[in-house]
Design a protein around this ligand. Structure first.
Ligand code: ATR
Length: 283
């Protein structure tokens, strides 16, 4: 009897070597006893480069790929069909090679929804949140927060026009970047979607002491695992959610779709990723 053909999937980006997604999928595949490989694939910037690579992956029998920078918009353009969420986010981080054509999705929204459920419970009817940043990541986060049920959502971004555009599109309240600290007193959730606080970038300048005691402080940055923002919030007794939580949750829909197994986000997976980050830091 010929053994079943291993399932193939991966993550495409430029650069892509830093991605933790291969480790996440490898752990899930091993747990489920699924024969499959999830590999990092470096594709230089540009739609034509992206499209040629996707054509090849389809021929090679890949089930699908996750997409990271700078190809999230290319994925949407390349796809024959797309989910409403991916269209609304104007970016896709999942492409599934269906027989009727490539289908684009955005699992960042589901990813952040699950972070919210872990922090606040299954649903919420009110409350307010402040989103810092108005880049690609902020769009998914804003959609998840809105869908989850927060009634007042503020947004602040260094470049005001970008925050303004998101505020009109998603019905958010615009806060000036210089006045971000003034908006903290009544929020239940603060989310950093900028790259401030990331290794090699300046820290985010924010007064966590103004954040109410019961509020959650979340960061999508995961290198370092505990950003200065999260450290300050934790030391003041606020609940925190790190970037790995979002990363693990956004990976789950791809695994279920391409490998067909359970994709459990748990402490053991988190521990393995923390260990890998520590290993890389030590290199
Ligand atoms: P991503 O897709 O990961 O969100 P991005 O689209 O490049 O990446 O967005 C990066 C975010 O970090 C933006 O909101 C950016 O603010 P601008 O829109 O003003 O560029 C924010 N950011 C980056 N460096 C910053 C800095 N030094 N101060 C304030 N915000 C910064």
């Amino acid at each position: 009897m010929t053994p079943a053909r291993p399932k193939l999937a991966g993550v495409v980006g430029w650069p892509v070597a830093h991605s933790l997604s291969p480790l996440i999928h490898t752990i899930w595949a091993a747990r489920a006893g699924i024969g499959g490989y999830y590999v990092p694939i470096a594709i230089p910037p540009g739609f034509d480069e992206f499209a040629r690579a996707m054509d090849s992956l389809i021929k090679l029998g890949f089930q699908g790929v996750n997409i990271t920078l700078p190809h999230k918009e290319h994925a949407l353009r390349y796809a024959a069909g797309a989910s409403d969420a991916a269209r609304k986010a104007q970016a896709a981080n999942m492409l599934t090679f269906r027989s009727e054509g490539p289908f684009a999705e955005n699992s960042d929204i589901e990813g952040f929804s699950n972070v919210l459920k872990e922090c606040f419970g299954p649903t919420r009817q009110n409350g307010s949140a402040l989103i810092l940043g108005a880049g690609g990541a902020a769009r998914g986060v804003a959609m998840a927060i809105k869908e989850y049920g927060f009634s007042e959502i503020y947004i602040a971004n260094r470049t005001r026009e970008k925050a303004q555009a998101m505020a009109s599109e998603f019905e958010l309240t615009l806060v000036k970047w210089e006045e971000r600290n003034d908006a903290l007193a009544h929020i239940d959730l603060l989310v950093n979607t900028t790259n401030l606080g990331m290794l090699g970038k300046p820290p985010l300048d924010i007064k966590t002491e103004h954040v109410p005691r019961q509020a959650v402080v979340a960061d999508i940055v995961y290198a370092p695992l505990e950003t200065k923002l999260l450290e300050a919030a934790r030391k003041r007794g606020r609940q925190t959610a790190n970037g790995l939580l979002m990363l693990m949750h956004q990976a789950a829909p791809g695994f279920r779709t391409w490998f067909g197994g359970a994709a459990l986000v748990d402490a053991e997976l988190h521990k393995a990723l923390v260990k890998e980050l520590a290993r890389r830091g030590a290199e």
